[in-house]
Design a protein around this ligand. Structure first.
Ligand SMILES: [Zn+2]
Length: 89
């Protein structure tokens, strides 16, 4: 498993509005800060300003349920970022 721990039964499938990265997360909220855009954040921004600066939001596309489905999507998405074919979408 690439995005979530083994044996994950339920996770969210997110797509970032900023960088377009698609990923799985254990979060199940409508919107979460993009973990990939966050890496580019200015380290000098204080913790209080972090949420304000976090305009890179990943939207929940769908909730994936079931160990097999989670594993399948995890595999597909990790293949996509490592240069795999995205035609499966
Ligand atoms: Zn992003």
């Amino acid at each position: 498993m690439y995005y979530v721990p083994d044996k994950t039964h339920k996770c969210g499938y997110y797509e970032c509005r900023e960088c377009g990265t698609r990923f799985l997360s254990l979060h199940l909220e409508e919107v979460i800060p993009c973990a990939y855009c966050e890496r580019d954040f200015d380290p000098e921004i204080g913790p209080d300003e972090e949420m304000v600066a976090s305009n890179a939001e990943a939207m929940l596309v769908k909730v994936i349920e079931g160990e097999e489905d989670v594993e399948k999507w995890d595999k597909l998405l990790s293949l996509a970022i490592t240069g795999g074919d995205e035609e499966w979408l």
